[in-house]
Design a protein around this ligand. Structure first.
Ligand code: UT7
Length: 326
């Protein structure tokens, strides 16, 4: 087999829609501030009875249907997430059982907003190595469960949702043409959920101090995001010898409309060729890119032979990009 290609996509957004005006009632913020600083207008929140794997199962079923396969045809499950059902077992294990897929490897990838791209690159490598033929790759977050609702600098940004793809071995020239990924843990403290791991186990004090929620030094992260999104995109295009003007669609991580605008300006990619979903879904970390890809596919914005660039940056820091020929 030459490589791997995506044969199905699916996504799921929880029913409850929360607008900026709704958030004005919770913290000292305004629709105007949120829209102009981030580009977000609304986001989706999970219901009380929903966890990460429930969202993935709904997204995965749609991807399986589009791929015209059965769950039993999947031979590995990879889930990018930082808000799993449980720290262990992995969300991948819960998803496999819920879909009736038994005995295949299932695991989570923790790379924050780059989680789906990390999963995609892992799956591409598994397929190229002959270790798997058909992989379910998902990104899912239930960020509202790890949000500090007294911190206006973060709580207005995040949402919940899941996106999935089915990747399959291929002999033709479509699929993942090139990819680039990396990490730098020296800046990890700028975007972190401090408590709940072995460094700072749960105590009454950690709960009282909101240390089990997302902490972000937004303006510091912003600078690195602009730089590393450009690096990952540029290196990925260079590896495949593809020029930005050859792209049919650019699907960046949706953390901030201003980061997206800076990235497309740098490469001369027109806004019409850029998938913008942040207004509708907010920042859903690892789920943002697979949800945006599924929306693009279902909105008819992707056709056979199109070159599509995916590009992400997130906590860790981590970054990743992949160029796909559809
Ligand atoms: O998902 C992957 C990684 N994450 C990112 O890439 C996110 C990167 N960062 C960002 O997108 C932006 O930094 C934010 C959208 C988070 C914040 O925008 P900013 O332009 O960097 O704002 P800031 O943090 O510099 O804050 C500016 C002002 C401050 O007030 P003063 O000190 O100027 O008086 C904040 O206190 O805005 C204030 N502020 C708010 N005001 C109303 C912060 N949050 C809010 C809020 N509503 N929700």
């Amino acid at each position: 087999m030459k490589g791997s290609k995506i044969i199905g996509t699916g996504s799921y957004l929880p029913e409850k829609v929360v607008t900026n005006f709704d958030l004005e009632k919770i913290v000292d913020t305004s629709d105007e501030w949120i829209r102009t600083r981030s580009g977000i207008e609304e986001r989706h929140f999970v219901g009380d009875d929903e966890a990460a794997s429930d969202l993935v199962v709904k997204a995965a079923k749609k991807a399986i249907e589009m791929a015209s396969i059965e769950p039993k045809d999947i031979d590995a499950i990879v889930v990018g997430t930082i808000s799993p059902d449980t720290l262990f077992p992995s969300t991948g294990c819960w998803v496999g059982t819920a879909l009736g897929i038994e005995g295949v490897p299932a695991f989570d990838v923790s790379a924050a907003c780059s989680g789906f791209l990390y999963g995609l690159i892992v799956a591409d490598s598994l397929i190229k190595a002959g270790t798997a033929k058909r992989v379910l790759v998902s990104g899912v977050e239930v960020l509202t469960r790890i949000t500090n609702w007294t911190d206006r600098t973060t709580c207005v940004l995040f949402g919940d949702g899941a996106g999935s793809v089915i990747m399959e071995a291929t002999d033709d020239d479509s699929g993942i043409l090139s990819s680039y990924w990396g990490a730098d843990g020296s800046l990890g403290d700028l975007l972190i959920q401090p408590a709940g791991g072995s460094r700072m186990p749960a105590t009454h004090e950690t709960v009282d101090k909101n240390l089990h929620t997302i902490y972000m030094k937004g303006n510091e992260v912003y600078k690195h995001a602009v730089r590393m999104m450009a690096l990952a995109a540029g290196e990925t295009l260079k590896k495949a010898n593809v020029k930005p003007e050859e792209l049919a669609l650019f699907i960046p991580h949706q953390a901030n409309i201003r980061i997206i605008e800076a990235t497309i300006k740098r490469f001369g990619i027109p806004i019409e060729k850029t998938m913008i979903t942040i207004d509708r879904i907010g920042n859903i970390s690892s789920a943002t890119i697979p949800i945006s890809l599924d929306m693009a596919v279902r909105e008819g914005r992707v056709k056979k032979g199109d070159l599509i660039l995916l590009d992400a940056f997130g906590g860790g820091f981590t970054w990743g990009a992949a160029l796909i020929k559809w």
